[in-house]
Design a protein around this ligand. Structure first.
Ligand code: TYD
Length: 216
């Protein structure tokens, strides 16, 4: 079984970034990685689904093909298979090595996309999660909250659009936004909601200050 973040036995920190489409997670992660590296932290940047060769292969099937159309139980097992590989092979070794791991999406994405928007239900999701990764949770989670109209417009401007989820209806994206709000209420100790309807610079200022506070 993997470590329990509550009684963490490692020196590093796992910081995750969550939110709906077009919130600008990857831009913020890049900037934060640069700042932390300049300050002398050993930083690992990774993403989900994916992060290792095998988990990236699972991602390809999940995203480029019909992952979004699958039965939601199958989706949940698929993302937790990828997550287990990612955690055991990459995240935990980095945390034990004292690194700061910045991860684009993690378990909260499954809670929101499969558990809430996909209507699997949070109880079923938590039971799959418990079997796959035990009580492991990130140390800090930034939820980039964005109006779906703004987010989808931003996401549509991307050059390489591999994300089948973006084709889904606005109602689904509203559910996602609401789902993340529920997650922030459920896990107030580690989740910080960031207003992502602002400029990249304004968003970054908040993320950097909260992150440095947490690492101090
Ligand atoms: P990605 O291109 O990484 O989207 P984004 O740039 O918005 O992060 O695609 C990942 C998609 O996979 C995203 O729509 C959310 C979905 N997803 C799940 O449904 N469950 C999960 O557990 C994870 C990690 C992602």
């Amino acid at each position: 079984m993997v470590d329990n973040a509550q009684g963490a036995t490692y020196k590093g920190k796992l910081i995750t970034f969550e939110g709906g489409e077009g919130g600008g997670k990857s831009t913020q992660i890049k900037k934060l990685a640069q700042t932390l590296t300049n300050k002398g932290y050993d930083v690992v940047v990774t993403r989900e689904p994916g992060g290792t060769d095998a988990a990236e292969a699972l991602r390809e099937v999940f995203i480029k093909h019909k992952g979004y159309d699958w039965d939601v139980v199958a989706q949940a097992y698929w993302v937790f298979t990828a997550r287990r590989l990612h955690l055991v092979e990459k995240i935990l070794p980095a945390l034990h090595g004292g690194k700061v791991v910045l991860c684009d999406r993690f378990t909260d994405s499954s809670r929101v996309y499969q558990g809430i928007a996909g209507e699997l239900g949070l109880d079923k999701l938590e039971s799959i999660k418990e079997n796959a990764i035990g009580s492991f949770e990130p140390d800090l989670t930034f939820v980039l909250d964005i109006d779906p109209v703004v987010g989808l417009e931003r996401a549509g401007r991307r050059e390489a659009n591999e994300n089948s989820f973006e084709a889904k209806a606005m109602a689904f994206h509203e559910k996602i936004r609401d789902g993340y709000r529920q997650i922030c209420i459920r896990y107030p100790q580690r989740c910080i909601m960031i207003d992502a309807n602002r400029t990249k610079g304004e968003i970054y200022k908040d993320i950097e200050s909260e992150c440095l506070k947490s690492l101090a």
